[in-house]
Design a binder for this molecule. Structure first.
Ligand code: DGY
Length: 415
């Protein structure tokens, strides 16, 4: 274990080094653009030493918002040959070259935190952002709900958990034999054992091709897209966003018609993801109705969404007691566990922080503190990696990672 002697300073330097002027890249090389949920976390990190810069991060993200309210998962501010698939592959027509899918909508929640911290200028900046945050929320309610009120992901990249076992059955049903030749770039930056397999990658690209062919027309994609999975990440983050938007609108006297009804609908959707046999929140293929049988770190975002669950709490207590560096992205007791492969086992510090926010909000202070402490030990011991082996703590994926640095500054490093 490599003790990092001044993690506060290191974390700030990472944010500053990854700052490209108004937006922050997740890490040099592997991710050279602005990613949606990475930016929301980055903003929390900046808020610890530069509130103005924190706001700017979110404001820049919303300069890429499409006319219909959609906020893309990647904004390609400047061309970079080191990344695939770039803007020419996605073929989108937003105000900034971008991808055609979203990412879990955590921006409203993180912006609320910044607003609460910024007593001097917060109200004015929040008032300007609020209609944009609300328009994105409404877009999600219009295009991503399933019949039960759960929120669907239409690409594994959209849920942010690229190769999670949650998608395995849905991906296996897809035919990607005509995807054609393409050149991956991720495995030239980091170890291929830490990354998704070719089987998965072929399907990621195939789904981009399908979206592009449909001109990213959401109505068309409802029937054309073979991949549509209601999942805990999208559902819990959307529910939490709706709750935060409602609080902001009430406090600032802003019009937010429909939010209370959305919250009710999303609560029903969230409960519909409970898999009784598995004893966990789980993903469900929206085309077949089949549950994925996956206990992931997103399953533990229930509290973040304001949903209480004694069974998840019991499960979490066991995980905290038995896994050296929790919370693993996939249950180590389950057959597909892979300690280093991205979302099939590794621990992600920013997911821990969001789980921690939820635990704290619902009064599970002991577990929130334990998780914060353990995440702090992980980062100060092993550095600012993209993710970590949950059994050994060993760092994996990209290095000098923005959201890991932000998590340290905002949460894990604050004992
Ligand atoms: C990638 O390129 O691996 C990203 O996860 C897409 O968001």
């Amino acid at each position: 274990m490599n003790q990092h002697t001044n993690p506060d300073r290191e974390a700030r330097s990472i944010l500053i080094a990854n700052d490209r002027g108004g937006y922050t890249i997740p890490t040099e090389g592997l991710y050279p653009y602005q990613w949606n949920w990475d930016s929301a976390i980055a903003a929390l990190g900046f808020a610890q030493f530069d509130l103005d810069r924190a706001w700017t991060e979110i404001e820049t993200l919303f300069t890429g918002q499409w006319d219909d309210g959609m906020v893309p998962h990647i904004l390609f501010h400047q061309q970079d040959e080191g990344y695939f698939p770039g803007p020419d592959v996605w073929g989108c027509n937003g105000p900034i070259p971008s991808s055609g899918i979203i990412q879990p909508p955590i921006a409203a929640t993180m912006t609320r935190k910044i607003w609460e911290q910024d007593t001097a200028f917060g109200d004015a900046r929040m008032k300007a952002l609020f209609p944009k945050l609300l328009a994105w929320h409404r877009w999600i309610m219009k295009w991503r709900l399933d019949e039960f009120g759960a929120v669907c992901t239409t690409h594994p990249w959209e849920a942010g958990r690229d190769n999670a076992p949650d998608w395995d059955n849905s991906m296996a049903r897809m035919d990607a034999s005509d995807v054609g030749e393409y050149q991956r770039r991720d495995t030239s930056h980091v170890n291929s054992e830490d990354r998704p397999t070719k089987f998965d990658y072929d399907r990621y690209i195939k789904l981009v091709q399908i979206g592009r062919k449909a001109g990213w027309d959401q109505q068309e994609l409802l029937t054309l897209n073979p991949f549509r999975v209601a999942d805990p990440t999208m559902t819990f983050t959307t529910l939490r966003a709706a709750r935060d938007l409602l609080v902001i609108s009430e406090q600032l006297g802003l019009d937010a018609e429909g939010l209370s009804a959305d919250i009710e609908k999303l609560e029903t959707g969230a409960h519909s993801l409970w898999n009784e046999e598995l004893g966990s929140f789980d993903a469900r293929d929206a085309h077949t109705g089949e549950m994925a049988d996956s206990v992931s770190n997103a399953s533990y975002l229930c509290w973040y969404a304001g949903i209480e669950s004694d069974k998840m709490l019991e499960r979490l207590k066991t995980t905290l007691a038995t896994v050296p560096y929790p919370v693993p992205s996939y249950d180590p007791e389950m057959p597909k566990f892979d300690a280093r492969r991205y979302w099939r086992g590794p621990t992600w510090a920013f997911m821990n922080m969001m789980i921690g926010f939820g635990l704290q909000d619902l009064g599970h202070t002991e577990q929130a503190d334990q998780l914060r402490q353990k995440t702090g030990d992980l980062i100060s011991g092993f550095g600012f990696a993209e993710y970590f082996d949950p059994k050994t703590g060993s760092p994996a994926g990209g290095k000098a990672f923005t959201w890991t640095a932000a998590v340290w500054l905002h949460w894990a490093g604050r004992a």
